[in-house]
Ligand binder design. Structure first.
Ligand code: FEO
Length: 410
C-alpha cells in the first residue's frame, strides 16, 4: 500500500478513508478543478459498532475499500451515514453494499427517496428525523442534525461528541487534492498550499446559491453550543487548528463582503470594449478601491465568480453580438443567476458597431437579478475616444463610491 493509499488518523479510532481524484476535469461536469479534489469518507470504530461516514465517487471505490479493509473487514461496517446524496459521495455505495450486505444506511427520509431513484434499491435504513436522534457505537456516539439545502434538500450533519468532530459533508469543503499523507489543515498549511483560495472557489461554485442555508446551519451549531474541535468536510482538508476561523469565513462569505473591491468581467472581440478597462480601474482607484478584471474569452468564468464572493461591486462589459450580449458574457450572467449572486451594485459597459443592445440587456438582467445598477452603459458606438474614456472613468468612480457607501466598505 502506497502512502497515498493509507487511511489517515484524525483521532483514535476515527480515520479518513477517502480518495483523491485528479482525473476528473470538471466537478459536477461544470467547474474546472485543475488541481483535483478529494472525496473524504471517515471510518468511526466504537467499542461495539462501526460506522462509515459518507462514501466516495464510484471511480475511487476500490481505493476507498482498500483503505477501509486495512482497518476492518468491510462486512463489519454496521452503519453507513449518508449526510448527502450527491453521487461524488454515494456512487460507490452500491458496490460497498454488496461487500457489506448487513450495513444499515442512516439518512434523512428525502435521502432515502433519492437513493431509490439513483440506485434502484431500498436497503435497510435508519431514518433521521428532527435533531434528537443519536446512534451509539459503544464508547462513541453519533448525533444527527437537520441541515437541509447544504446544498441539496436532503442534507444533514453528523456530530461525534466524544471527539468533538463535526462531519459536515460538503459544507466547509475545498477543491484541490490532498497532499500524500496529509489531511489536517495544519499539515497542509505547513506545506504552503493555498487551501483558502480553493475553498473560496468551491464556495462560489457549489455554495453561493445556498448561502442563507449556510448561515442557518452555523446559527444552529452556535445555538446548540456544539463544541467543535475538528471540522471534517467531505472535500479538502480537515480543520483542527482553525475551526472557528473557517466557520466565520464561511459566514462572512454568506453574508456578503464589504471590501473595497470591484470585479470587472468582460468580453471583447477586437479590443474596443477592452479599451475601457484602464479608465474603469482609474475611476475605482479614485474612489479608494481596487479592481480584479477577468476577460471571459480567456479565463474560466468561475474565476470571476470566485473573486465576486469578496466584492460588493460588479462591472460587466460586452460587445453586441448578433443583436445579443456577447455569448461568453451571457454565459457568465447565467451563472450569476444560477448561483444567486445579487445584493451588490453593478454597472455595464461595451462597444458596438451595428446595434447596441448588449449593454441595455445586461443592465436589465442585472437589475432583474437583484443588483443595483448604477449609471448608464458606456461608451457606445465604435472605438472609445479620449472623451468617452473620461466618462467611463467617471462611471467606474460613481459605481465604486455608491457601493462603498451603501455597504460601508472598508
Ligand atoms: Fe460533494 Fe454536493 O457533493
Amino acid at each position: 500500500m502506497t502512502n497515498s493509499n493509507k487511511p489517515l488518523p484524525i483521532c483514535p479510532d476515527v480515520h479518513w478513508v477517502g480518495a483523491n481524484d485528479t482525473e476528473t476535469p470538471l466537478f459536477e461536469g461544470l467547474w474546472s478543478i485543475p488541481e483535483g479534489v478529494s472525496y473524504n469518507s471517515y471510518l468511526v470504530r466504537g467499542s461495539e459498532k462501526t460506522a462509515l461516514i459518507d462514501s466516495v465517487h464510484e471511480k475511487k471505490a476500490q481505493e476507498h475499500f482498500d483503505k477501509i479493509s486495512s482497518l476492518t473487514d468491510l462486512s463489519k461496517i454496521d452503519y453507513l451515514i449518508i449526510n448527502h446524496m450527491e453521487p461524488d459521495h454515494t456512487s460507490a455505495i452500491p458496490q460497498l453494499l454488496k461487500k457489506a450486505p448487513n450495513t444499515k444506511l442512516v439518512f434523512t427520509p428525502i435521502a432515502q427517496v433519492i437513493f431509490k431513484k439513483f440506485y434502484g434499491t431500498n436497503p435497510d435504513a435508519v431514518l433521521v428525523k428532527g435533531d434528537d436522534m443519536k446512534l451509539s457505537l459503544g464508547n462513541k456516539t453519533l448525533k444527527f442534525l437537520q441541515t437541509p439545502w447544504l446544498h441539496w434538500p436532503e442534507t444533514m450533519t453528523t456530530y461525534l461528541p466524544e471527539d468533538k468532530i463535526l462531519f459536515c459533508c460538503d459544507t466547509f469543503g475545498s477543491f484541490k487534492k490532498l497532499p500524500d499523507g496529509a489531511i489536517l489543515e495544519s499539515d497542509i498549511y505547513m506545506n504552503k498550499q493555498n487551501i483558502c483560495e480553493c475553498s473560496q472557489k468551491y464556495f462560489a461554485s457549489v455554495f453561493n446559491g445556498q448561502r442563507d442555508w449556510v448561515l442557518k446551519a452555523i446559527e444552529k451549531f452556535d445555538a446548540l453550543k456544539l463544541e467543535v474541535e475538528v471540522l471534517a468536510p467531505s472535500h479538502g482538508p480537515v480543520y483542527t487548528a482553525s475551526v472557528e476561523q473557517t466557520l466565520r469565513q464561511w459566514a462572512d462569505w454568506s453574508k456578503g463582503s464589504c471590501k473595497k473591491t470591484v470585479v470587472i468581467a468582460y468580453g471583447s472581440m477586437y479590443g474596443m470594449t477592452a479599451k475601457c478597462l484602464g479608465a474603469l480601474e482609474e475611476g475605482v482607484k479614485e474612489a479608494g478601491g481596487t479592481v480584479q478584471a477577468f476577460n471571459l474569452s480567456e479565463v474560466d468564468p468561475v474565476d470571476a465568480l470566485t473573486a465576486l464572493v469578496e466584492a460588493p461591486a460588479l462591472i460587466v462589459g460586452a460587445p453586441t453580438y448578433e443583436h445579443e450580449v456577447f455569448p461568453k458574457v451571457a454565459d457568465f450572467v447565467n451563472l450569476l443567476r444560477v448561483k444567486k449572486f445579487s445584493n451588490r451594485c453593478a454597472t455595464t459597459f461595451g462597444s458596438f458597431s451595428g446595434s447596441g443592445e448588449a449593454t441595455r440587456k445586461l443592465s436589465a438582467e442585472l437589475t432583474e437579478l437583484g443588483f443595483e445598477v448604477v449609471g448608464k452603459p458606456l461608451p457606445g458606438y465604435g472605438s472609445p475616444t479620449e472623451a468617452d474614456l473620461e466618462k467611463v472613468k467617471e462611471l467606474g468612480k460613481s459605481l465604486a463610491e455608491r457601493t462603498f457607501s451603501k455597504y460601508n466598505a472598508v
